[in-house]
Write a protein that binds this ligand. Structure first.
Ligand SMILES: *Cc1c(COP(=O)(O)O)cnc(C)c1O
Length: 253
């Protein structure tokens, strides 16, 4: 295969991507999954040039966790690739960043509180007004509602990243009732120092409860480089993979 051409980094990414795609396909086969999970390549800390390389390799979904980095990268990439990419915001989000995020993101995976739902809804409507008035370029949310996932904490005791499982349905219903937003489903990160499988089982239970009131909110965003097999085995519809595609990230200082 000449997918990488003369570009060594392109070749490296092509090989890593092939390995990850094969792992996902293998896990989906083993689980008798009827749909292939969507692979989101998490490109945080890596340059726009890598996003362009991944796009050439067929990647259409990319994830980022910091607005400042993501908004600049999304602008840069938009000039370089013709077909649109879907940007997935997967990190902790301050409400005052909602305005910026809705300009490039199609999905926010990390919705964890009512005030953020309100801020995102307002930001989408305002962006639509500004785009209609020619004051801002159109973005994904001018065409479609912003897909929001409820981030669920799977920690046994402390609930840092995300809502408690018992609070997830209420937050999703608030999303569904907010103009400009679409309730897409649930997201989680496996707890540190505990087995991922049982945690993802708990996420699946939350997803089932959620679908009783919101059947279309069926996305389950779970699984990263280390635990994507466990997530796919438990019904993940979206896996978020960074380091096993792009390589190790620089240590955060
Ligand atoms: C960085 C990140 C990922 C990707 O993690 P890897 O271990 O590099 O695959 C997935 N999800 C979230 C929320 C992240 O911040």
């Amino acid at each position: 295969m000449s997918a990488g051409g003369e570009d060594p980094r392109g070749r490296e990414l092509a090989e890593a991507l092939d390995r990850v795609r094969a792992r996902i396909a293998g896990a989906a086969r083993a689980a008798d999954a009827t749909v292939q999970p969507t692979l989101i390549a998490v490109t945080k800390f890596f340059p726009a040039a890598d996003v362009v390389r991944l796009h050439r390799l067929g990647v259409r979904d990319v994830g980022e966790n910091r607005d400042q980095e993501a908004s600049a990268k999304a602008r840069e990439v938009a000039e370089l690739v013709p077909a649109p990419l879907a940007w997935h915001f997967v990190g902790q989000l301050q409400s005052n960043k909602a305005k910026s995020v809705v300009r490039y993101a199609s999905w926010v995976h990390s919705v964890d509180r009512a005030s953020l739902v309100t801020a995102l809804g307002k930001a989408v409507l305002r962006h639509r007004d500004e785009a209609a008035a020619g004051q801002a370029p159109a973005g994904p949310c001018t065409e479609q509602d912003l897909t929001c996932l409820v981030q669920v904490s799977l920690d046994a005791e402390e609930h840092r990243g995300g809502v408690r499982p018992e609070d997830a349905v209420r937050l999703a219903e608030q999303i569904a009732a907010t103009e400009g937003l679409r309730a897409g489903g649930v997201m989680a990160v496996a707890p540190l120092g505990a087995a991922a499988g049982p945690a993802f089982d708990r996420l699946r239970v939350v997803s089932e409860q959620l679908r009783q009131s919101l059947p279309e909110a069926a996305a389950i965003s779970a699984g990263m480089s280390q635990d994507l097999e466990e997530a796919v085995a438990r019904g993940a519809t979206h896996v978020r993979v960074g380091s096993d595609i792009l390589g190790p990230r620089p240590p955060v200082g």
